[in-house]
Design a binder for this molecule. Structure first.
Ligand SMILES: C[S@@+](CC[C@H](N)C(=O)[O-])C[C@H]1O[C@@H](n2cnc3c(N)ncnc32)[C@H](O)[C@@H]1O
Ligand code: SF4
Ligand code: SF4
Length: 317
């Protein structure tokens, strides 16, 4: 269900502490071209975000002591960046309290040890999407159930169906999503792909949208975009290479979009073609890793409720 907007947001102005997540397009491209995704439908150079831009973003976040979420998968395949390990390490070192996550097609993780390396460098969560087939999901599932990672244990969501008890900045968690087949109700990426819904919706939707209020979206050039739908950089609001984070979050264009979105007015570039927020149907899921999942999950719940502290200390759960 959509959360109602806080009336203070109607001014369009926000405070830094309202930003929950900074989403970064760490590379300009993806190695795949899925039918339900805009990637590959238009020309784009194959570039990784410049290290000086990464450094600049880290410094800006450091000045405000940012400790919420960093997403590295905005409109790209994050593992395409040759220096992804260094980038994760830089965020972890300079922003120790952040939760660093990414979503990936997993193609660059054929050697499963690389997954462990991501966590060793400071990644907290990765969602791997299996787009090809049930066999692809099953193979990865087997690997995850039978691999001991050199740098320490990895928490496999599909095995526990609960998050680790540790603070999020200490997680080493992988989720594996079965995204193959069809019948899902997916978004249309603000019109960048055809509607992926069984029942069409009338656009523009008369719905608010909190996305540009809660998240900051930075493309591979360091420009601040309206949201994660802006694959062609149509609504560039600011530039983090030359502006401070404080300036950027209340850039005039973002303020105007927030004001109008809070009033359910989507008749603006990108928003008018966007079906985000319309009722969602069947979504890709996280199949259980094995037949013991329900029991394991019950056991964990029981441990955590009755003997929480003792169990946590003894087993690190
Ligand atoms: C654009 S992808 C980028 C990350 C990575 N390349 C991947 O596929 O996981 C970000 C997320 O959007 C999801 N996604 C792609 N197209 C979608 C759509 N039409 N509706 C909903 N989610 C979608 C992907 O499964 C992925 O979890
Ligand atoms: S969904 Fe991910 S893997 Fe598929 S084309 Fe888009 S960015 Fe690439
Ligand atoms: S409504 Fe506008 S701001 Fe919200 S997700 Fe869609 S395009 Fe982005």
């Amino acid at each position: 269900m959509l959360r109602e907007f806080n009336p203070t947001v109607h001014t369009g102005l926000i405070q830094l502490n309202e930003v929950d997540q900074v989403e970064i397009q760490i590379a300009s491209w993806c190695n795949r071209s899925c039918s339900f995704c805009p990637s590959g439908t238009f020309e784009t150079p194959k570039l990784g975000m410049d290290m000086s831009t990464v450094e600049r973003i880290v410094s800006e976040l450091e000045t405000i002591g940012f400790s919420k979420t960093i997403g590295l998968h905005l409109m790209c395949e994050p593992l395409m960046h040759k220096k992804i390990m260094d980038i994760i390490a830089l965020f972890r070192q300079r922003l120790p309290g952040v939760f660093i996550r990414m979503e990936s097609n997993g193609d660059a993780l054929k050697k499963i040890e690389r997954l462990g390396e991501l966590f060793d460098h400071g990644l907290n969560e990765i969602l791997i999407n299996c787009y090809d087939s049930p066999a692809q999901w099953a193979a990865l599932n087997r690997q995850l159930l039978h691999t001991s990672f050199a740098g320490g244990p990895v928490w496999y969501w599909n095995q526990w169906r609960h998050p680790p008890a540790a603070p999020k900045s200490q997680w080493r968690m992988v989720r594996v999503r079965a995204f193959h087949g069809g019948g899902f109700t997916l978004k249309n990426w603000a019109g960048h792909v055809a509607s992926q819904r069984p029942d069409p919706v009338e656009l523009p939707l008369a719905l608010p949208c909190e996305r540009p209020t809660r998240r900051v979206h930075v493309n591979y050039l360091g420009q601040v975009l309206l949201c994660n739908m802006d694959w062609r950089f149509e609504v560039v609001a600011a530039d983090l290479r030359t502006q401070s984070l404080t300036e950027v979050i209340n850039a005039p264009l973002l303020v105007e979009y927030r004001q109008r979105l809070a009033q359910k007015d989507r008749n603006m570039t990108l928003c008018r073609g966007c079906d985000q927020g319309a009722p969602s149907g069947v979504q890709p899921g996280y199949p259980p890793a094995d037949i013991w999942v329900p029991w394991r999950s019950l056991w964990l719940r029981w441990c955590r409720s009755r003997y929480r502290h003792a169990i946590r200390n003894r087993f690190g759960l």
